[in-house]
Ligand binder design. Structure first.
Ligand code: GLN
Ligand code: ZN
Length: 763
């Protein structure tokens, strides 16, 4: 019997990796310093796994940017624009693939980025050409294995499996099936396994989370042929699945000729029972019972019950594990000294989860052991106090959600009527220009916020500083000739945390960082109890901004589904109930903004697609409540008040009708990075309301030129009626610096002016 985790967060308890990577990009530290930080973090994380009492340390979960990108390097999937790679992919090439730029090498268009399954982690999408070849082009994995071995650890290596890797990629230039590439990719996997075996690695965890998706029959069949070919005697494969039940892939997953199977017990109901019934006799079963997606302390007694049932059936072939990689939870709860002790006793972060996995194994083997008994007593106490939930429950909110009617989720009139009322009220030009909300979060802004938090800047001084930033953003936008302005979000640290801090029902950590993409980390709030809005949250700042200009100022809010998706969620009531509680709070804010004279209000829902369950049979129910929650938040206003929403960085083509059902008057949406691919969705589906497809990729430090943006707009104008087309970047500008923002927006306005002239000339 073994205990292990599927992966560990790589950022470091203090976000050391983020700091090292960014300093390297900025030319402030050397490559050797960056590599050294990587080595130190890996050594520490392996030691923590060993100290906790796990049977392996997991090697291969580290990345300077992204593990899918690392896999592209391993397999030699490097598009030609990044230069020819002879034997080993250089670190700067990886950074150029991820973000278009690195200390060494020419700028190039970055690869696409998208969300990893239903998480808020973003990976770099592999690009395959018709004549794609594969070859081992990175030794990083093997070097890390040796590193861990030298430190005295027993290694389990982890790689992304061939079918998941192909599934995640996209085909460039030509219509071909990615499965055609399988024949070519398998020999490289064989080489990887061979080299791992040669290093003495006994187990390799091969992640195939696509087995938790509704797979086309030919993909399911491909699993059999692929794993038949990958069979070997010198290394054991643990096939890892997670995030959803296996359902109709269960038989396939179970019968592949590999030595072990891992399943996510948190996300697959009681499928583990069926797995136990059918598990082939030669096979190990790793049960992921410790939640890798949430921060609640495990109820050890419930977990042990499952494990004991499994153990009775399969004996030592049972392994105990985290449900998925711990990448999705913060690093260490021990640092959270400011959390109330009771609340803290309800939580568990990655380091604590290592201990939970280990103690469960110990409990299976020796339930009477004193350490086991003590751990169980702690877990029981936490479970009991959480059930009681002192101070976190609010019957008034629960009743308000129950009382919601269909009318609460509907605007007064249909879009056409609202559109006319808004046109009359706002008087905007053709192709109105706007931005998504945030302007650069400069060092001064961050300093002022930090000083305010630390108490060295008083409230009045902080307000003055933020108002100065707002005034600056307004005057810059006026100078650029933008039509619909934003206040710039200087006062917001993060679009979810900012609201969570002002709502009841949320708790905050100090160091609860989780990697979102590359060097970017987020610190999700914890929804602990019922959510409500004690006082208005944004009205003062927005009114101040509006007082500085005659142009419309957009009120800027985060939507209920995004607040939900980007928080750690309570697990004692449904997601739908939580979403509706938040929706009611946002609705009150929307109504207050309207009353304060704000005529355009944007309710951001970048995570709208992300909350979608992976399995089709569960999706209809999600769309229904998610769309309803958005509409509840947006429907308290009059026809002439224009509601915007914004979405980014996910696959929208497959859910455009649900986005339409949200019935926002305007949606601004990311498309620039995938060259307007999104607009293909409009060939089959006539999006009924107004839309601003992003024409400027804000994640790239390159300033897009006006001609390129005009071209994108012309493409868009062929699909979207002129009267309903908006012009905007594809996301907020907080991560950029003012000089590039000004240059890019100047080009964006110029492209719009050119397009207006063209349309005018044509008319
Ligand atoms: N309004 C937010 C901003 O501009 C939206 C961010 C997002 O979509 N992630 O920063
Ligand atoms: Zn965005």
């Amino acid at each position: 019997m073994k205990a292990h985790v599927l992966g560990f967060p790589r950022i470091g308890a203090d976000r050391e990796l983020k700091k090292a990577v960014e300093s390297y990009w900025a030319g402030q530290s050397s490559r050797e310093e960056l590599l050294q930080t990587g080595r130190a973090l890996r050594a520490q994380h392996w030691q923590q796994q060993a100290d906790a009492g796990l049977d392996f340390v997991t090697v291969g979960d580290f990345a300077f940017y992204d593990q899918v990108l690392n896999t592209s390097a391993l397999l030699g999937v490097i598009p030609g624009r990044f230069g020819k790679v002879e034997s080993e992919v250089d670190l700067d090439t990886l950074f150029r693939m991820a973000r278009g730029r690195a200390p060494c090498g020419c700028d190039a268009v970055a690869e696409e980025m998208t969300k990893w399954f239903d998480t808020n982690y973003h990976y770099i999408v592999p690009e395959f050409s018709v004549d794609q070849t594969f070859a081992l082009k990175s030794r990083q994995l093997f070097a890390e294995v040796e590193e861990a071995q030298q430190q005295g650890h027993t290694v389990k290596a982890v790689v992304i499996g061939p079918l998941t890797y192909l599934w995640l990629g996209k085909c460039q230039g030509g219509d071909f099936s990615k499965l055609d590439l399988l024949e070519r990719i398998l020999p490289v996997y064989a080489q990887v396994f061979e080299q791992l075996a040669a290093l003495g690695v006994g187990w390799v965890q091969v992640d195939e989370p696509v087995l938790a998706l509704d797979l086309p029959q030919e993909w399911r069949a491909a699993f059999e042929s692929a794993y038949n070919r990958l069979q070997r005697r010198d290394i054991s494969i643990l096939l890892a699945t997670y995030f959803a039940p296996l359902d109709d892939n269960l038989w396939t997953a179970m019968h592949l000729p590999v030595a072990g199977l891992h399943i996510d017990v948190l996300r697959s109901g009681d499928e583990w029972r069926r797995v136990l019934d059918q598990l082939p006799e030669y096979k190990v079963l790793s049960l992921g019972v410790i939640d890798g997606r949430n921060i609640w302390r495990a109820n050890l007694r419930q977990k042990l019950d499952i494990l004991q049932q499994a153990r009775a059936r399969i004996g030592d072939r049972l392994w105990v594990a985290s449900s998925c990689s711990l990448l999705h939870v913060p690093v260490d709860l021990d640092r959270e000294e400011k959390l109330a002790p009771e609340l803290r006793s309800w939580l568990s972060f990655a380091v604590q989860k290592l201990a939970e996995v280990a103690i469960l194994k110990a409990a299976v083997l020796a339930p009477e052991n004193a350490a086991v008994q003590a751990a169980f007593r702690g877990s029981d106490l936490a479970a009991a106090s959480r059930r009681e939930g002192r101070g976190w429950k609010n019957p008034v909110v629960q009743a308000a959600v129950t009382a919601l009617s269909a009318r609460d989720a509907r605007r007064d009139s249909a879009f056409a009527v609202r559109d006319a009322a808004q046109a009359a009220a706002l008087g905007l030009p053709l192709f109105p220009t706007t931005t998504i909300g945030s302007f650069p979060q400069t060092a001064e802004i961050r300093q002022a916020r930090a000083a305010f938090r630390a108490g060295t800047l008083d409230a009045a001084g902080y307000e003055r500083a933020m108002k100065a930033e707002i005034a600056l953003a307004v005057s810059e936008q006026e100078a650029l000739g933008i039509d619909v302005l934003v206040h710039g979000e200087a006062e917001r640290n993060d679009m979810v945390e900012y609201f969570g801090e002002q709502l009841s029902g949320f708790a905050f950590t100090q160091y609860g960082w989780v990697q979102s993409y590359g060097s970017r980390c987020v610190k999700p709030p914890v929804i602990v109890g019922d959510v409500s809005r004690p006082v208005a949250m944004t009205v003062d700042w927005t009114s101040y901004a509006q007082s500085l200009t005659h142009r419309p100022m957009k009120g800027m809010l985060t939507g209920p589904v995004t607040i939900l998706c980007w928080s750690f969620l309570r697990d004692d009531i449904s997601r739908e109930a939580v979403a509706l509680q938040i929706a009611l709070a946002i609705r009150q804010e929307v109504v207050d903004l309207e009353a304060a004279g704000i005529s355009i209000i944007q309710i951001d829902e970048p995570a709208f697609r992300e909350g979608l369950p992976l399995r089709k049979r569960e999706q209809a129910a999600y769309w229904e409540w998610a769309v309803r929650a958005f509409r509840v938040s947006a429907s308290g206003v009059q026809d002439r008040t224009q509601i915007h929403t914004h979405m980014c960085y996910s696959e929208f083509n497959d859910c455009i009708e649900h986005i339409a059902a949200m019935d926002a008057d305007v949606i601004t949406i990311e498309t620039a990075r995938s060259a307007m691919e999104l607009l293909r969705a409009f060939e089959d589906f006539a999006y009924p309301n107004a839309i601003g497809p992003g024409v400027y990729d804000i994640h790239s430090p390159r300033v897009p030129d006006s001609a390129a943006m005009q071209h994108l707009l012309e493409v868009a104008a062929r699909r979207i009626p002129a009267a309903r087309l908006w012009v905007n970047p594809d996301c907020g500008l907080k991560t950029r610096a003012w000089p590039e923002v000004k240059a890019a927006l100047k080009n964006m306005v110029a492209a719009t002016v050119a397009l207006r002239a063209q349309v005018g000339a044509g008319a």
